[in-house]
Every structure is written in C-alpha cells, then in structure tokens.
Design a protein around this ligand. Structure first.
Ligand code: AMP
Ligand code: FE
Ligand code: FE
Ligand code: ZN
Length: 279
C-alpha cells in the first residue's frame, strides 16, 4: 500500500480541510498520511478524529522553515506530540511574526498604490499561519494581478517591492524542537532546494533523522540520488506529494506518488527511541 507524508491543509497555505484530506486519502486507498502544515498543528486532531472509523492512519506532522548560513531548509516533523506547550509556544511566536510580516507586506503594497488591507489577508488565512500565498490570493481577488504566479513575480518574490523576509529558526533549533516533542526530523524536498552532500553530512551530525526521498518535484534521478545518500549516511527515507489542494501550484497531487508503506515502521521505531531519550 502507498502512503503520503507531506500534505498541507487550510491551517497553512492549503485549500483542503482536514476532513476532506482524510476522506480523499482513504478513497485513494492510502494506508497512512501526515498533514504537515507550515508552522501549525491546528488540523491534526480533526484529521485523526476523521480517520477513526477508517483503515487509514494519520501521523501527527508539521513543516518548519529554517535557515543555515543563508541556505533555506524545510524540516518535516513526524510522530510529534503536538499537544506539548513548548511546541505551541514556538508556533505562536512564528505565527505572530508571520502576522506582523504580512502587515509589513500590505503596507509596502499600499505604498505601490494597491489598496488592500491587512484584515482581508488575515481573514483569508482563517486564523492559520499567514504567508505570501494569502497576500497573493487577495491581490488576485482585487484584480491587481491575473495569477498567483504574477503576484510573486511582480510583488512578493525575493526581489519584489513588497518582499519582507520571514523570521525563521536556525536549522539545528528546528531539529532540536522536533526531538524535544518526541518527533522524527526529515529534510523536506532536498532536490528542490538543491541540498548538497556536504550539507547533508553536516545535518547528520546535528541529529537529522531522515530525508524526504520521494516528492512531487523530484525527478527519478533525484529520488535515486537522495535514496543513495540516505543509505550512505544512515538516514531514514520519507516521502510525500506536498499537495496544497486544487488551484495551487501542483494541483491535487495527493497520493500521486507510489511511496511504499515499508517506510513507516522504521520512522515509528525512531520516534520511540527519541521519546525514550527525552524521558
Ligand atoms: P512564505 O512562507 O510566506 O514565504 O511563502 C512561501 C510559500 O509561497 C511556499 O510554500 C509556496 O507554497 C508559495 N510560493 C512561493 N513562490 C511561489 C510562486 N512563484 N507561485 C506560487 N506560490 C509560490
Ligand atoms: Fe506551502
Ligand atoms: Fe516546503
Ligand atoms: Zn510543504
């Protein structure tokens, strides 16, 4: 059976509710999924409840952005004890700084003559982690751009006039935070970020547990490459579609990659080890 361990819901920048994700994953015959929202665990208990009567397991997950020496690294956490206060405190800090950053982006857009306000961006994000995709959506709604992509190219991209950098943790802080709540840390989409072998070797020393071998944006060569590096350095393998729902860049790609369920038992075993070490 197949699994999908990288899915975004409405709690971050996805379009799907946790109930819909569970229902669709079950209909596709997946055995295990993980909802890995950016900086949010708000969808997890709803997803677990929705899977209660189904032959589908929901692993509590999260995706946290981080940086190391100017390089971005997205870290996925699995089997996290998502109710622990230390996690929520960190997420609250990240969410608050995302909100103030969105406010700064709105001000910059207003200075460009685009009349949008922070309230509508916040409302669109539904109380979740606000990001550039939400700002882009409001620009589209007002007709200031014709597509989300145009919003990024003209305004919100790294060189755009409304770009504001996001506050992120150092990669080692993210790995430690995931471990502190009993989770397994996996490096997301290394092929997309062009992660080097040298950086992977360094991350191994810092306690990274796994690498996301399968991902929608990975070519067959990248899958083979990161599978080989995972074996070489003793990382576990994870994989997921990174589905953000319909109308998002990849479209509805949930369950579209054949990721074997044999990856689950080693992840579970690793999370038990982490939890034992912390107790
Ligand atoms: P943020 O975390 O707020 O900086 O937003 C980053 C998110 O924006 C990524 O996770 C992507 O989902 C989305 N994104 C980045 N570039 C583009 C683009 N050119 N078109 C559409 N979405 C994008
Ligand atoms: Fe995203
Ligand atoms: Fe990511
Ligand atoms: Zn993602």
């Amino acid at each position: 059976m197949a699994v999908d361990l990288h899915i975004h819901s409405k709690a971050s920048d996805g379009t799907l509710t946790p109930e819909t994700i569970v229902e669709k994953a079950n209909r596709l015959g997946l055995s295990t999924i993980s909802i890995t929202d950016h900086d949010s665990v708000a969808s997890i208990s709803t997803a677990i409840d929705a899977s209660d009567t189904l032959p589908l397991t929901v692993i509590p997950g999260i995706e946290l952005s981080s940086v190391h020496q100017g390089r971005d690294a997205h870290i996925l956490g699995y089997f996290i004890d998502f109710t622990q206060p230390v996690l929520q405190q960190n997420l609250d800090k990240l969410t608050a700084s995302r909100a103030s950053r969105a406010g700064d982006m709105v001000k910059k857009l207003q200075a460009e003559g685009l009349s949008i306000n922070f309230g509508e961006v916040a409302a669109y994000s539904n109380g979740g982690a606000i990001g550039r995709p939400h700002v882009a959506q409001i620009l589209l709604k007002h007709g200031f751009v014709k597509s989300i992509n145009e919003a990024f190219e003209r305004y919100l991209g790294r060189n755009g006039p409304a770009y504001v950098p996001k506050y992120v943790l150092e990669v080692t802080e993210v790995i430690d935070l995931i471990h502190s709540v009993g989770g397994v840390a996996s490096l997301a989409h290394p092929g997309v970020a062009g992660i080097s072998e040298e950086f992977l070797a360094w991350l191994k020393e810092k306690g990274l547990d796994a690498v996301e071998v399968w991902h929608s944006d990975h070519t067959d060569q990248e899958i083979a490459h990161y599978q080989n590096l995972a074996t070489k350095y003793g990382f576990l393998a994870t994989g997921g579609s990174d589905c953000h729902g319909e109308g998002k860049s990849r479209g509805f790609v949930l369950g579209s990659i054949d990721i074997p369920d044999r990856i689950i038992p080693p992840l579970l075993a690793r999370s038990r080890q982490v939890k034992q070490l912390r107790s």
